[in-house]
Design a protein around this ligand. Structure first.
Ligand code: ADP
Length: 571
């Protein structure tokens, strides 16, 4: 038989479609009906990172999309596998990251009869995806793959879903037919190219030029757009101070002289024009409203999503809204500024005021950090970790951060010098993302060390994935801040401890002194238990140089942090 007349099944066609449209990595958990699909993908050169739990794999796929600017792909089994995968899909949606969830589903002939792991998955993913599609015949697979990959990355990035029923994975097409289907799907698969025409540039430049206290704010949308060079040019040509959001940190180094991070309250409280690039005016930026912001502040908003800009116009004064890719928009803004340059200069009163505040706050923080407090508070170990990370140099490690106090204090203490080197709980404040994000970062950037700094609660969500770290020998060091539970264990007042279950552990507490470091040792990784500065320094030095999977269990005083970290008023 001629090769073109030979047949391939849906599993191979799905794998070929992914490879054809440039997918090089997949995260997931295999089982009925997708195991053969995963194996076929691997045989075609796609790296499959196999997890223990789809939730973690989904978080990995979402962060992978952000870090690589290409859709992260998660593969799950039907029913419960798909449901577990919703965690990652929703996380991608809420953070505006490109991701595709592909789930096997039950045989189409058995729908409605209680088939194995049956679920109407198209209905289930609806609230968590921007586009979903079910391939109903094997011949529809290439086009469906092209569509989900395209839609996840086009416009505002987000999560898309592809449903592959099990019967279709066993249907066949000839190789000749498969080739035809793949090239036909190409016509649909348009690369998400950012538009070049941007309106509102002149208004933007005029607002910035006439502002008395301008501020540039940027977030993970600007990071996703790879706008770092344009941002730096903007800041340095205009002399305007800048404030990154937590994941915007590093687009311009935290150590830059115009960084206003250490004077955040003053910067947002007093600026009269805020140029906000790839960051939503949501809870993280206090909705752009008083009392944190001045009531007279004028916003200039850059966002890939026109709807986002329109939404904010309802509650804040938007002087200019520039819908488009942050990198392209800033190129146009920089060009317009170059034609008629202006610069605040070092002695501008606003720049001086901010610099003074930054200096005062840094001196205060450094004084707090300088003390070696044992048993550890949050500051002492974070200082030691900060210094160890900075000592690594370039390429800078990717820092993954989650937890209440660990993340809040860590955000102020840990320093980001390079773009996209901070991943944290993000827009949703999602806890449990840590291990998935570590794996995504290590796979996306094998040249970088990955350092997770997380609370024991955050770690516990997906601690079994330390086995995944060891299995793939990823260059990840997980530092667990162990204070015996959520916020630090049992913090109830005597009147809160009553009722028939008063002898149960508090809802916030875990086993005190848990030996988290031994988890990784069970799989052949390296574990460290530390409680003093010397022990921590030695563990960091050894594990950072080894570049092998390790867990450092840092014992923290359970009374050191505050309940709910920085968000006490919300609990
Ligand atoms: P942060 O958490 O850093 O404040 P957000 O997730 O709130 O950031 O906001 C990021 C914004 O960036 C989203 O509104 C998203 O639509 C937008 N965005 C995503 N990609 C781009 C891009 N390429 N250019 C400009 N904006 C983008």
């Amino acid at each position: 038989m001629a090769e073109a007349d030979q047949t391939i099944d849906g599993n191979l066609l799905a794998a070929k479609s992914l490879a054809h449209f440039g997918v090089e990595h997949m995260f997931g958990v295999v089982g009925i009906p997708v195991t053969s699909f995963a194996n076929r993908a691997v045989s075609l050169g796609i790296r499959f990172i196999a997890f223990h739990n789809e939730q973690s794999a989904g978080y990995a796929a979402s962060a992978f999309g952000y870090l690589t600017h290409r859709p992260g792909v998660l593969l799950t089994v039907s029913g419960p596998g798909c449901v577990h995968g919703l965690a990652g899909l929703s996380n991608a949606m809420i953070n505006s990251w490109p991701m595709v969830l592909i789930s096997g589903s039950c045989d189409q002939n058995d729908v409605g009869r209680g088939d194995f792991q049956e679920l109407d998955q198209i209905e289930a993913v609806k609230p968590f995806s921007k586009f979903s599609i079910k391939a109903k015949r094997v011949s529809e697979i290439p086009n469906a793959v092209a569509q989900v990959l395209h839609w996840s990355a086009s416009g505002r990035p987000g999560g898309c879903y592809l449903d592959l029923p099990s019967d279709l994975l066993h249907q066949t097409v000839t190789i000749a037919e498969a080739e035809k289907l793949l090239s036909a799907a190409e016509t649909f698969f348009i690369n998400a190219t950012p538009e070049t025409h941007v309106s509102g540039v002149e208004k933007t430049v005029s607002l910035l030029r006439n502002a008395k206290r301008p501020l540039i704010v940027f977030g993970k949308g600007a990071a996703y757009a790879r706008a770092e060079n344009e941002l730096k040019k903007l800041v340095e040509s205009t002399g305007i101070p800048f404030l990154p959001t937590p994941m915007g940190k590093g687009l311009i180094s935290d150590t830059h002289e115009l960084a206003a991070t250490a004077a955040r309250s003053l910067a947002i409280g007093k600026c009269d024009v805020a140029f906000v690039i790839g960051a939503r005016l949501n809870w993280l930026l206090h909705f752009g409203e008083p009392p944190k912001w001045s009531k007279d502040v004028v916003f200039i908003l850059v966002d890939i999503s026109e709807e986002e800009i329109e939404l904010r116009k309802k509650s804040v004064n938007v002087g200019a809204g520039l819908a488009g890719d942050a990198k392209c928009v800033l190129e146009s803004v920089n060009k317009a500024i170059k034609d008629e340059p202006f610069c605040l200069g070092k002695s501008h009163p606003w720049v001086e005021e901010l610099k003074k505040k930054v200096k005062d706050n840094v001196v205060r923080l450094e004084a707090q950090l300088a003390r070696d407090v044992v048993p550890f508070n949050f500051y002492t170990p974070l200082r030691i970790i900060r210094d160890a990370i900075l000592a690594v140099g370039s390429p800078a490690p990717v820092v993954v951060s989650e937890g209440a106090n660990t993340m809040d204090v860590g955000r102020a203490v840990l320093v980001q010098t390079e773009p996209r080197t901070r991943l944290d709980a993000g827009t949703w404040g999602t806890m449990g993302v840590g291990l998935g994000y570590c794996i995504a970062a290590a796979v996306a950037s094998p040249e970088r060390l990955v350092v997770a700094v997380e609370g024991d609660s955050g770690f516990g969500f997906s601690a079994m994935e330390v086995e995944t770290l060891v299995r793939y020998q990823l260059s990840v060091v997980v530092i667990v801040f162990n204070n015996g539970g959520v916020y630090g264990g049992d913090r109830r007042s005597p009147e809160e401890i009553d009722g028939p279950h008063k002898h149960d552990p508090a809802p916030t507490s875990f086993v005190p002194g848990a030996a988290y470091h031994t988890l990784i040792e069970a799989f052949g990784g390296k574990g460290y238990l530390v409680g003093t500065p010397e022990e921590l320094k030695s563990a960091l030095s050894e594990s950072f140089s080894a570049r092998k999977p390790a867990v450092i269990n840092v014992i923290i005083d359970p009374y050191a942090g505050s309940e709910s970290g920085r968000l006490q008023h919300k609990n």
